[in-house]
Each structure stands twice: as structure tokens, then as C-alpha cells.
Design a binder for this molecule. Structure first.
Ligand SMILES: [Zn+2]
Length: 319
């Protein structure tokens, strides 16, 4: 019987859930408003309800190996617990993964959404077979996931790969994290839109900025060049640290592809990292686009089941 996993993408606005097989082929998709203000228990119940609907629809057609949940962080994978997150008020030390596991009777793996996106591209997308890469998810902030030797880097307590909070400009723009000059204050989709609005004197989305540049608008081009320069500083530091084979750019800002930005960044990386590290480096848009959240969460569940991620003590004790 075909093996399937449920992937759940928990966002501040919506919860999305999908049943996917181990080739990344998706079955039914469901979504609900998060309504985080009603509290974590309400959200856990909603997730369990979506999962149970998908499981019922899949009855006898596939074997469900697990549930993956991608959530805003910081969190503990081992304790399946969300510590706190500005997008989900009231989630303080809340064991979301364990609650859903208890309600559904299916093993749950929890990780942050940036890591899940990287798992998704590694298992189903553009980074299949790539052992050394990192991914940026460029949306409201910048999230990410880092793979080295074919394994994700988590750090000592699951807090690694906070790429958005790399310091680009000490003393620069104040960040939600309490520091100043963070990467995401210059290069997240929100930041790019803020810069574009200033350059073009009107509300401008990231794709609109790309189109304006391609149509020859010089203010748009100058704005994009400045954004690309800031990207090259952040990515240059990461390349010097990790020397990847590939950098995957995803998230809302890249939902229609990278437009002109990737070649502009590539050009500006010269001088930001050693030529030997830049040689053969591929910088690409993610392949999973709008399905990155749910497919990434499903990939997490498959990997946990296959023990490609290290075993989690809590889930072992219940089986
Ligand atoms: Zn920050």
C-alpha cells in the first residue's frame, strides 16, 4: 500500500493541510482560518479535525506514516512544543505536537516553517540529492533551513538557521527580535515592498517591482539593485560560513519565481565570498512554491518515520 503523510502548515492567518505520498503527489487539500486569538487549544482542535477529515478520506487507500506540522518558531522538536511566537498569541510553552498526536493517535513531528520548507525542497523539490544547501523563505520575515552532509542543522536547542536575524547593518533598522539591522529588515518581502513603495511613491508588491524593472522603470531598477546588494551581503556571509552547493530562494516573495533578482544577486556576490566558494554555486527558486508549507511538513513526517531526522524521545515512548 502506498505510504502517505499529512502535512500541516500552521500560519498566523490560515491552517492548511494536505495528504501527500512519498513522491510529493498531493491528494485532498483543506484549510481553515487559524483564529489564534481563541487560544492554542482551539488551534490544536482545528488541526486535529483537519487531519481526521483527511485520514477518513484516505481510508484504505494508503498507509498514513505520520503527521508533520510546520509552525512559526521558536519551538522544541523533541518536546513538540511551541515556546512563543508573535504570530500566534497565547502559544507559550504549548505542546501543540503532543496534543495533536494524542487527539489523532498518529505520530506527529513538529518543526519551524523555514526548516519544513527546506525539507520539502530536499525531498520533493529542487534540492533533491543535494547534500550541502540552505534555503531562504522570504515572506513577512526571512526564515530558513540549512543542510550539511545531507542532514539538517538544528543547533543545540532547535534554534539554528535563523537566517533572517543575521546582522547586516549594526545600528540599522530595528527588528521585531529586539536587535537592529537584521537581514529581514532589508530583504524580506515586507521590507522589499516598503523599499519599493518609497522608490515608486505607491504601494508595490514584489512581483510588481520586478515587472516595473523589466518595463524599464529606472526607480524600480535602482531599488532592486539596492535590495540585491543587501542580499549579497547576507548570502555572502552564509556562503563564507557554509560553502553550499545550492541556495534555494522561496517564500511569498518568490511565489512567481525570482524574476530578475537572482541574476542581480549573483552578480553582486563577486567580492562577498571567495571565488572558489562561488564557483559552481547554484542559486535557484524553490520548486514547491505555494505548496512549500504543506509539502515541507509532509516531508518532515516521512523523514521522521524513516529516521532521517534523529529520533524524538517523546514519540518513541508512546509506541
Ligand atoms: Zn532580528
Amino acid at each position: 500500500m502506498k505510504k502517505c503523510a499529512v502535512g500541516v502548515d500552521l500560519g498566523g492567518t490560515n491552517i492548511r493541510a494536505v495528504l501527500a505520498d512519498d513522491d510529493g503527489k498531493m491528494g485532498p487539500r483543506l484549510h481553515e482560518e487559524t483564529c489564534a486569538e481563541k487560544g492554542p487549544e482551539h488551534v490544536a482542535n482545528k488541526i486535529a479535525d483537519l487531519v481526521q477529515q483527511l485520514v477518513a478520506q484516505a481510508a484504505n487507500t494508503c498507509e498514513i506514516v505520520g503527521i508533520g506540522i510546520g509552525s512559526p518558531g521558536p519551538l522544541s522538536r523533541k518536546r513538540k512544543m511551541i515556546f512563543q511566537t508573535p504570530n500566534l498569541p497565547g502559544f507559550e510553552n504549548y505542546p501543540l505536537g503532543q496534543r495533536v498526536e494524542d487527539m489523532c493517535g498518529i505520530p506527529v513531528s513538529l518543526d519551524n516553517d523555514g526548516n519544513c520548507a527546506a525539507h520539502g525542497e530536499h525531498m520533493f523539490g529542487v534540492a533533491r540529492g543535494v547534500k550541502e544547501f540552505f534555503m531562504l523563505t522570504i515572506g513577512t520575515g526571512i526564515g530558513g533551513g540549512i543542510f550539511s552532509k545531507d542532514k539538517m542543522i538544528h543547533g543545540k536547542s532547535d534554534g539554528a538557521a535563523e537566517i533572517g536575524h543575521l546582522c547586516l547593518y549594526p545600528g540599522g533598522i530595528k527588528c521585531n527580535c529586539g536587535r537592529t539591522g537584521c537581514f529581514e529588515q532589508y530583504c524580506s518581502a515586507t521590507a522589499i515592498e516598503r523599499r519599493a513603495a518609497k522608490a515608486l511613491n505607491k504601494k508595490t508588491t514584489v512581483p510588481e517591482l520586478f515587472w516595473a524593472h523589466e518595463a524599464g522603470n529606472q526607480d524600480a531598477s535602482k531599488c532592486l539593485e539596492e535590495v540585491a546588494q543587501d542580499f549579497s551581503i547576507g548570502l555572502g556571509s552564509l556562503i563564507n560560513l557554509l560553502e553550499p552547493e545550492m541556495i534555494v530562494m522561496g517564500g511569498g516573495a518568490f511565489s512567481t519565481g525570482g524574476g530578475p533578482l537572482i541574476p542581480m544577486i549573483t552578480e553582486r556576490l563577486v567580492g562577498q565570498a571567495f571565488p572558489s566558494s562561488l564557483a559552481d554555486l547554484k542559486i535557484v527558486s524553490g520548486k514547491l512554491r505555494g505548496n512549500s508549507g504543506v509539502l515541507g511538513a509532509a516531508a518532515l513526517a516521512f523523514k521522521q518515520r524513516a529516521k532521517l531526522e534523529e529520533p524524538l524521545i517523546a514519540s518513541q515512548s508512546v509506541r
